[in-house]
Design a protein around this ligand. Structure first.
Ligand code: GDP
Ligand code: IMO
Ligand code: MG
Length: 428
């Protein structure tokens, strides 16, 4: 058994896609366990850039089983368009599987996401408007449609008929929108069902069997710890649980299968959408990180807010997920800076805060306290080993290890596969 959970330890976009792709070489099975097409994972292979939203980032290595787990919410239109996109680029999608227990994002979910955001005005979350929240709401309200339901035309007709009326009531009466037509939607989704059918499986069985054969399995998280519905900066969060323990729920395996939890952290912090961000920079340095790091959202094209590394947040992520190793991403983005800062703790009304606060009001009152380290001011993008990194860059990495007590097993110095420094075994 060698299950490895890979998850974002910040607010998403840490570089999970790149590391999933990297680890896929040594694994047989890669499973997405939560979220949906709100994710945007960019993977660079040679000169080619791939943007994946729903399909696991392991798909770019031929012969790997890639699973969209039961914890994911699946928009069939997005799944099919992503399959075509990959096939057009010559990627084999024959080993892709989607759980029959995954819930289906329907057009009314997307519409409601958009209406709800507009209705919230300046209280809006800044969602990706892909229907993620409304789909998870229906799952928990027990009115959702699962892939298995979509596969059976009679069951699908029954489920859709029972839910569409109340959705249309909501859309028309509450938001003054246009209702959806049952026949049109039914026909369209039956057509998608036929196209998706070859990919549908009881994926819990597939993943369990791979684990029983002692193969390496990567559980790929989407979003990040601070976007977690239970533990993130609520209500400015997503509607699923990116934290490691959800990998078991969202893939359909038991916790004893997980051996390692790899936290992905960017060498600085970013956030898309609304919500608190203690180490956010509003100055030239913030703009520099944004420009050099190309910090623009894959899904919505929005600018990502940028700030310094926040150890309070990262230590919180370690606690929630039992992270035992880190991949430190985008170290090269700091290459030009004269000095780099790490937030070691917060100060709130004269008190030292080391545990990430629950109350957003308290969080807003927290002032980050920084440790300043000298920059390295040289190009790290060609460094192939830890020893080749400039001394000050090594110091930065080692300081993060000291402040968190977690070893940095991977250091990334560029988007490509060969710009990945490995320090020790990964599935061991
Ligand atoms: P994810 O959502 O966590 O998979 O991250 P995204 O793909 O949304 O954002 C990370 C971006 O940084 C992508 O465009 C990657 O190609 C790029 N990237 C990943 N690692 C590195 C790195 O070490 N250095 C640089 N410069 N870019 C990187
Ligand atoms: P990856 O996997 C960064 C953010 C949205 C918004 C909030 C809720 O690429 O790291 P939602 O559409 O999920 O209801 O939006 O969550 N968000 C992400 N931010 N990276 C992501 O995914 C995100 N997925 C959702 O911007 O603030
Ligand atoms: Mg992303």
């Amino acid at each position: 058994m060698a299950g490895l959970v890979l998850l974002g330890a910040q607010w998403g976009d840490e570089g999970k896609g790149k590391i999933t792709d990297y680890l896929a070489e040594q694994a047989t099975t890669i499973v997405r366990y939560q979220g949906g097409n709100n994710a945007g994972h960019t993977v660079v292979v040679g000169d080619e850039e791939f943007k994946l939203r729903l399909i696991p980032s392991g798909i770019l290595y031929p012969g790997k089983t890639c699973v969209i787990g039961n914890g994911v919410v699946v928009d069939p239109r997005v799944m099919l368009s992503e399959i075509s996109y990959l096939q057009e680029k010559g990627v084999d999608t024959g080993n892709l599987r989607v759980s029959e227990r995954a819930h289906v994002i329907m057009p009314y979910h997307v519409a409601i996401d958009t209406y709800e955001e507009a209705a919230k005005g300046d209280q809006k979350i800044g969602t990706t408007k892909n229907g993620i929240g409304p789909c998870y709401m229906d799952k928990y309200a027990r009115v959702g449609i699962r892939i298995a339901d979509l596969m059976d035309k009679e069951v699908f007709a029954e489920r859709l008929a029972s839910v569409l009326k109340s959705k249309n009531d909501m859309i028309v009466k509450l938001y003054g929108g246009e209702p959806f037509d049952f026949d049109t939607m039914y026909k369209e989704y039956c057509d998608y069902a036929d196209q998706i059918r070859p990919y549908v499986a009881d994926t819990s069985v597939l993943v369990s069997e791979a684990l029983e054969r002692n193969e390496n399995v990567v559980f790929e998280g989407a979003q990040g710890t601070l976007l977690d519905i239970d533990h993130g900066t609520y209500p400015y969060v997503t509607s699923s649980n990116p934290i490691a323990s959800y990998a078991c729920v969202g893939a359909g395996v038991g916790p004893t299968n997980i051996k390692n939890v790899l936290g992905i952290i960017k060498a600085y912090t970013t956030r898309v959408g609304e919500g608190p961000f203690p180490t956010e920079l509003f100055d030239e340095t913030g703009e520099t990180l944004q420009r050099i790091g190309h910090e623009f959202g894959t899904v919505t094209g929005r600018t990502r807010r940028c700030g310094w590394m926040d150890i309070v947040m990262v230590n919180y992520a370690i606690r929630l997920s039992g992270i035992n190793e880190f991949a430190l991403m985008k170290l090269d983005v700091l290459d030009t800076l004269e000095t780099v800062k790490i937030c070691t703790h917060y100060e709130c009304n004269g008190e030292k805060v080391i545990h990430f606060p629950t109350s957003l009001k308290k969080l807003a009152e927290c002032k980050p306290v920084y440790e300043e380290l000298p920059g390295w001011q040289c190009d790290t993008t060609g460094c192939a080993s830890f020893d080749e990194l400039p001394e000050n860059a090594k110091r930065y990495v080692e300081r993060i290890e000291a402040l968190t007590g977690v070893p940095v097993k991977i250091v990334a110095v560029g988007p490509r596969r060969d710009q990945t420094i490995i320090r020790g075994g990964l599935f061991e």
